[in-house]
Design a protein around this ligand. Structure first.
Ligand code: ADP
Ligand code: MG
Ligand code: MG
Length: 878
């Protein structure tokens, strides 16, 4: 063996050993150490689980022996014997990973029972009913968890016996009835497995341990891990614990409780229990549980003791506890405690209250709120009672959080017109969206698409706008042309019908569900204030319009890290001159079109600068391939040709010429400015004139002009020279003074590799990690959705690299650019503007590699503020 210890008695562990013992095991050990009433037991470590997989899914004899050794320790302490029918020790076998994964892996109770031990137990306790109740439960759990025989098959038998005996509840079954249940369960087992139910307790035990190990890799667990960023190599521990019996009669029971209310955070014991019950009965809803306060009347002593224990645990762990307990013949036993899961609202209240109660300090409080959870508070939610009553009619991807209710429209134009005509709430339903739909998306309360993934156009744009979006909902059949869709039940929805979308779950409802807005005040504001004091990273927002900018400021942004100028060109009055510019044959024609665009751009920037009140604003020169702006339908091409006074066929062929095989790697970014310098001139002029204008009004704007998609310092220099020449001229002619900066995005691997050269020209870098991820992996973010699922299933990827920064590869490029850039230009300004700027683990990475700021969509600003603060606190603790 490798000299490692794979099995620990509860008395040998403590809460600090969570990685090795799992959360449940570590806390059982800690409670044991605190002298609380915890049944005896031991934990098989998470390392034993990983070893089990390394060894080809088997438990090596040494570990097996150690398990038996600890079992005999237990036998000596409790003076009972495993498998001995005169005085049997029964155990539970419980899984427990490092972090709790609720409902992921199942527990087996009453293990050690067989046909003779059950008789012995009946005699010993003088309670035959209890013995057979325990046995039937054990057979069912073992068969389900270990042998994978469906639970329902057992439930059917139980229901049948209940019915035959006129019993409504399982508690009404007597010993003979339960014997009958056991008999039929064993028959079922034999039918399913072709052999008798295993009678040897040692085999039962080892099979159960293996089943827990196996359950670590069941599909439910894999999905849960991906959604919650839990690495696949952590493994789960197994806890083997002496049984205490809540099913011994009316002086026994089992329950769960929180030290505070998990939905509101209110400081008051909150929980439920059931008398004469075991294990999951409380949550399974077989009978209606009683509220924890009622225990005060039924068993005042037990209740008082429980209140005392709850207080001890909360003080000890300095957080709200979620506890599981059992009462055996009026004696209290603690079976589990952990920091309780809670809603965002409760998380804020508990964190702030714990500081006020002097239990923790501000910095510790910051770690008590999951930044991702804040999302819940930044968007409208459904009115909870109405939501409960509603039934989803389809489900898609939860692409952008929030709740929306409104009338459906199938074309962006139709939503715009509907809103103009006074319809208040509209929802845009489309197969997929494209840049032309922006305005319609803007006026919509929610967006529903039939195709596309989490990084599809609809998803990305909706998240940026903070608009609720359900994407890739293939359960509905959309007919755009005839303006209707059909839900999974076959119901048809036409223009003007009400639906509701839940962007946090992906649920679609065929009805109107009222929504409620939330505010950023009270505990939220307080906690964010603490975060701002602690964090080192600045947090900016990606914002293209004054409206976005206002939202960003409201959420605490300290600048704009990315203003995408192209979004401004999709507005109806701008797309025309834009198109003229694109298809212009001569520089003069192009300049003429650009002259029309100049005042519009200038006023956009004035609006943005004014809104941002002197905070830094980074404006990116035109980036996307030009074909995105030109009409596709012949009808529209004809109209444009007429406007421009050219032949339809000529225009059509010009547009066809714009076609590219791989537009993401085509004529875009700074390449546009290299071919059409006058475009960069116009944009620079608009930016500089806008800054001068607003500065006249007493502001101190220092615009940051950003040149996209650079891979070679010479192309950067070429475009920069145009920018500088134009800017200096405008400034000189105006007679005003203005500082401005010119920098670049790092989004092509070659730029990262040559960042020292690039920094000779760039005054700042902004990591465009969407493109950088795309180009580093060599797959398109628009298509990755089609095969990523297979990558998760086959365990090649654990998460979507477009959502969570790949720190190993893409991160290495970022780190390298930081070092190379600073070598050339020590005061270079460094930030990130990809989607990752709003993802907590990526924000932490940005802090660690020493960026100056992160920039994210306005609605994620609070998330990044908190994540940036947590990065500092975690760093201090480490
Ligand atoms: P989960 O992780 O799903 O909560 P647990 O391992 O906590 O699963 O087990 C579920 C329930 O089973 C416990 O809350 C408790 O009621 C019961 N249970 C587990 N171990 C024992 C035991 N040794 N004695 C009595 N009941 C137990
Ligand atoms: Mg539990
Ligand atoms: Mg880019």
């Amino acid at each position: 063996m490798d000299g490692r210890k794979y099995v620990y008695m509860f008395t040998e562990g403590n809460a600090g050993m969570r990685n090795l013992l799992g959360g449940k095991g570590a806390n059982l050990a800690e409670m044991t150490g605190l002298g609380l009433p915890v049944p005896r037991g031991f934990t098989v470590t998470t390392e034993a689980c990983t070893k089990y997989y390394d060894d080809g899914k088997q438990i090596v004899p040494e570990i097996e022996e150690d398990i038996y050794l600890k079992l005999s320790n237990m036998e000596n302490i409790v003076q009972k014997k495993f498998g001995d029918s005169n005085n049997p020790l029964l155990v539970s076998v419980r899984s427990g990973a490092r972090v709790s994964m609720p409902g992921m892996m199942d527990t087996i109770l009453n293990l050690g029972l067989n046909d003779t031990v059950v008789e012995g137990l009946a005699k010993l306790t003088n309670n035959e009913r209890f013995a057979y109740d325990s046995y039937r439960r054990f057979i069912q759990m073992f068969s389900d968890v270990v042998m994978e025989i469906e639970k329902v098959k057992f439930e059917k038998i139980l229901d049948a016996v209940k019915e035959e005996n006129g019993a409504q509840y399982d508690t009404e079954l007597n010993a003979d009835n339960l014997k009958e249940v056991v008999k039929r369960y064993k028959e079922l087992y034999k039918k399913e497995k072709g052999e008798e139910f295993p009678q040897d307790p040692r085999i039962q035990l080892m099979e159960a341990v293996k089943a827990v190990f196996r359950s670590w890799d069941n599909p439910r667990a894999i999905v849960y891990r991906r959604l919650n960023d839990i690495p696949g190599n952590w493994g789960t521990a197994v806890n083997v614990q002496e049984m205490v019996y809540g099913n011994m009669g009316n002086d026994s029971g089992t329950g769960v409780a929180f030290t505070r209310n998990p939905s509101t955070g209110e400081r008051k014991l909150y929980g439920e229990f059931l008398m004469n019950a075991q294990g999951e009965d409380v949550v399974a809803g077989i009978r209606t549980p009683q509220s924890i306060e009622q225990l005060k009347d039924i068993m005042p002593d037990v209740y008082n003791e429980f209140v005392k224990v709850a207080g001890i645990l909360e003080n000890h762990f300095k957080d709200m506890q979620d506890m599981e307990f059992t009462i055996e013949k009026a004696k209290l036993f603690m079976l589990q405690t952990r920091n309780g899961k809670r809603t965002a609202q409760a998380a804020l209240k508990v964190a702030v209250d714990l500081v006020a109660e002097g239990m923790i300090n501000n910095e510790e409080a910051l770690l008590k709120v999951d930044p991702k959870q804040l999302d819940q508070l930044l968007h409208p939610n459904f009115e909870p009672i109405a939501l409960k009553a509603a039934k989803p009619v389809a489900k898609g991807l939860p692409a952008s959080p929030g709740a929306a209710t409104g009338k459906v429209y199938f074309y962006a134009e139709d939503t715009v017109n509907a809103v103009k005509n006074g319809v208040k709430d509209v929802i845009l339903v489309r197969l997929e969206t494209s840049p032309e739909d922006i305005e319609g998306m803007h006026v919509s309360k929610g967006i529903l698409t039939g195709r596309g993934g989490m990084t599809s156009h609809a998803a990305v744009v909706a998240r940026g706008m903070g608009t609720c979006c359900v994407a890739g909902c293939s359960e509905i059949k959309i007919n755009e042309e005839e303006k209707y869709f059909i839900d999974k039940n076959g119901r048809k929805y036409v223009e003007g019908d009400y639906i509701s979308l839940d962007g946090s779950t992906g649920n679609v409802y065929g009805e109107r569900i009222p929504t409620v807005e939330t505010t950023m005040s009270g505990d939220f504001a307080k906690l964010m204030g603490w975060a701002d004091q602690v964090r080192k990273l600045k947090v900016r927002a990606n914002a293209d319009t004054p409206t976005d900018a206002r939202t960003a400021i409201k959420f605490g942004a300290e600048g704009i890290g990315l203003c995408r100028t192209e979004h401004m060109f999709f507005e109806p009055d701008r797309i025309e001159p834009m198109r003229e510019m694109i298809v212009a044959k001569t520089v003069e024609q192009r300049r003429k079109a650009l002259d029309k665009l100049l005042p519009m751009q200038r006023s956009d920037f004035e609006g943005l600068f004014t809104e941002m009140k002197g905070y830094p604003v980074t404006i990116r020169l035109l980036d996307p391939p030009l074909h995105e702006f030109v009409p596709k339908e012949d009808e529209d091409i004809k109209a444009l040709a007429a406007d421009m006074g050219i032949e339809f066929s000529e225009l059509k062929s010009m547009i066809e010429d714009l076609h590219e095989f791989n537009p993401m790697m085509g004529h875009r970014g700074c390449r546009l400015a290299v071919t059409y310098p006058e475009m960069a001139e116009m944009q620079t002029r608009a930016i500089i004139e806008a800054a001068i204008n607003v500065n006249k009004g007493g502001m101190h704007v220092i615009p940051e002009i950003m040149i996209p998609l650079v891979g070679e310092v010479k192309e950067l220099k070429f475009v920069k020279d145009i920018v500088v020449k134009t800017a200096d001229e405008v400034i000189k002619n105006s007679g005003a003074e203005l500082k401005y900066m010119v920098g670049t995005m790092i989004e092509i691997p070659r730029a990262a590799l040559t960042a020292d050269d690039i920094a000779t020209e760039a005054e700042f870098f902004s990591f465009g990690t969407n493109d950088l991820t795309q180009m580093t992996y060599g797959f398109s973010r628009d298509d990755a959705g089609k095969f990523l699922d297979e990558y998760y299933n086959k365990k090649i990827f654990e998460s979507d690299p477009f959502a969570k920064l790949d720190q190993t590869g893409v991160g290495k490029l970022v780190k390298m650019s930081v070092e190379l850039g600073r070598k050339t230009r020590p005061d270079i300004k460094l930030g990130i503007c990809g989607e990752h700027g709003g993802e907590p683990s990526s924000v932490e990475f940005c802090h660690t590699v020493g960026l100056n700021y992160v920039s994210c969509s306005p609605f994620r600003v609070p998330i990044s503020r908190l994540a940036a603060a947590q990065a500092v606190v975690k760093e201090k603790k480490a």
